[in-house]
Design a protein around this ligand. Structure first.
Ligand code: SIN
Length: 294
């Protein structure tokens, strides 16, 4: 069914001209491919300044042909802040190095990590601000793309009465939902992290409002009845999943690296390549402030 009223983005066109690299947009609202930067080396001050600007505008940046080592991957992550350690490491389910999250799907996998709309680790009081995934083995027959959604635009496209209803509400984000529910991990002593965040947050750098609930971690909205909370969350989750203009799609090649902003995006790994394999590694970077509202 077509929408009766079409709302448009309130944001001006995003910048595409940079002096230190070439940028090609994936869509007008989210996602850009960058060519001309070698992420195995420290970036110059001007490259870093332009990269920060492009990251703020485009939210998801795709870099091709980055055959870099694990240490170089971590060093690039550290240029954004301290590295995050994923909660699944604490229960011995994700490799040896706490700063590297292996992302591996084989014919024997019971699930593929991230195969549903989510923002990384929002069960933490201070979730990672960004993640950097490098895929080194793509499925031979294609597939294994990652979808991303612009959660600033997701907020903007809501009606004014809905925005008003959501402002001031907070929601619970529970690590047990994905880690125990979907991944069948045994919870550590004291359980996985569980925390409350505002339903609408403000991006600490751009100042934009962000719809900040996700089907991966958000269990309920505080202060609503359980039925109200379920219906409202499902409405918001459907909005994210069924509004194509929120989305971009990253097609991986061996040695593609993608950097995304967890403070204003969600993503969804697509498992459409069974029985083939896909392998990569993710580094995430800790934020310094908790998601906040105005
Ligand atoms: C994730 O970080 O959720 C995994 C994304 C992917 O494998 O494409």
């Amino acid at each position: 069914m077509l929408a009766e009223t079409q709302k448009h983005s309130e944001h001006p066109l995003k910048r595409v001209e940079y002096s230190t690299f070439e940028l090609t947009r994936l869509t007008p609202h989210i996602g850009a491919e960058i060519r001309g930067l070698d992420l195995s080396k420290a970036l110059s001050a001007e490259e870093s300044r332009e990269l920060d600007a492009a990251f703020q505008d485009w939210m998801v940046l795709v870099f091709r042909d980055q055959a870099i080592s694990r240490d170089e991957h971590k060093a690039f992550g550290r240029s954004f802040g301290r590295l995050h350690s994923h909660p699944m490491h604490k229960v011995g389910m994700r490799g040896e190095d706490p700063e590297i999250l292996p992302v591996i799907t084989t014919p024997d996998s019971a699930y593929t990590a991230g195969d549903g709309w989510h923002t990384d680790v929002t069960c933490d009081a201070i979730p990672p601000k960004c993640s950097i995934l490098r895929i080194h083995e793509t499925p031979g027959g294609g597939g294994g793309d990652t979808l991303f959604a612009n959660m600033v635009l997701a907020y903007e496209l809501l009606s004014d009465p809905m925005k008003e209803f959501l402002s001031g509400l907070s929601a619970v984000h529970d690590g047990a939902l994905p880690y125990v529910g979907a991944y069948k991990a045994k919870a550590p002593e004291g359980g996985f992290a569980k925390t409350e965040h505002p339903v609408v947050t403000v991006h600490p750098e751009s100042g934009a409002r962000v719809l900040y609930v996700n089907s991966g971690f958000t269990t309920h909205i505080k202060g609503l009845t359980s039925q109200e909370s379920r219906r409202v969350l499902d409405l918001l989750f459907d909005h994210v999943a069924t509004t194509p203009r929120l989305h971009c799609r990253v097609q991986w090649e061996p040695d593609t690296m993608t950097l995304w902003d967890n403070r204003c995006t969600q993503h969804h790994a697509v498992w459409d390549y069974y029985p083939e394999c896909r392998r990569g590694e993710r580094v995430s970077v800790l934020d310094t402030v908790a998601p906040a509202c105005l």
